[in-house]
Design a protein around this ligand. Structure first.
Ligand code: SAM
Length: 242
């Protein structure tokens, strides 16, 4: 039935994810810097180095939140356009405000939507990005299928995400940091321990880079590859719609 266990459980997760980001939207940028010691900026720069934006390119940035990827892309080449799609209206509100402040209002659109069912036409984008967003999605394979659908043939897929596969030597320190220090910082900086506890747990449940690469290939992408950064804390996956 529509009220079967699975449906209810997934509904709960979507509701929880929305609530998490509602409560953190305003503190989000500050927390990103604090939790990663500012390194998230370098990870995002690496994504742009791999993509190499070209003039006139159209990007869909899914789970784009407050626009970090979108603005790097727009700065990367002239006449580029970005659509930021996020499930959370609060994150989009902050992103839109930032776009206006930076003079990007005419080259950016902010739309509310779910990565698993994008409100975007088939074969309309040159590139698709999702940064630190896909691990929050209930049905990851559906999101990958949607990424494939909206890309033009020749379009590129990029995903930046925390990885559970940290190098063994650092595992003890990383576990201590993420299970204790991150929730503590969430409490101190954003006044919200539970949301950051949830974020840490979602990283542990995310597939290993090799498994995730095979899911990307299953969605139809070719030349799928990945590289890890910061001793395996983060993985950057990419693929082509051929
Ligand atoms: N990409 C941005 C960045 O790197 O700074 C934001 C990342 S933030 C950690 C995760 C974002 O994913 C949030 O803005 C959240 O609302 C969004 N999100 C979660 N589930 C989603 C879904 N199913 N579809 C679209 N966005 C989603």
């Amino acid at each position: 039935t529509h009220f079967g266990f699975r449906t209810v459980a997934e509904g709960d997760k979507a509701g929880l994810v929305r609530a998490v980001f509602d409560s953190v939207a305003d503190d989000y940028d500050r927390m990103n810097d604090a939790m990663s010691f500012g390194v998230h900026r370098l990870w995002k720069d690496s994504l742009m180095d791999s993509m190499r934006p070209r003039p006139g390119m159209k990007l869909l940035d899914v789970a784009g939140g407050t626009g970090d990827i979108a603005f790097r892309f727009l700065e990367g080449a002239p006449n580029t356009e970005v659509t930021v799609c996020d499930i959370n209206a609060e994150m989009l509100r902050v992103g839109k405000k930032r776009a206006e402040e930076r003079g990007f209002a005419d080259r950016s659109a902010f739309v509310c939507g779910d990565a698993q069912k994008l409100p975007i036409p088939d074969r309309s984008m040159d590139a698709y990005t999702i940064a630190f967003g896909i691990r929050n999605v209930t049905r990851i394979q559906d999101a990958l299928d949607e990424a494939y659908r909206v890309l033009k043939p020749g379009g590129r897929f990029f995903c930046l995400e925390f990885s559970p596969a940290v190098v063994p030597m650092l595992k003890g320190a990383y576990d201590a940091y993420s299970f204790h220090l991150i929730p503590w910082m969430g409490e101190k900086i954003a006044g919200d321990r539970d949301s950051y506890q949830y974020l840490v747990e979602s990283i542990r449940r995310f597939p290993e880079p090799e498994t995730f690469a095979s899911m990307i290939a299953k969605a139809g992408f070719g030349r799928v590859k990945y590289r890890t950064m910061s001793a395996g804390v983060v993985a950057l996956h990419s693929g082509w719609r051929l």
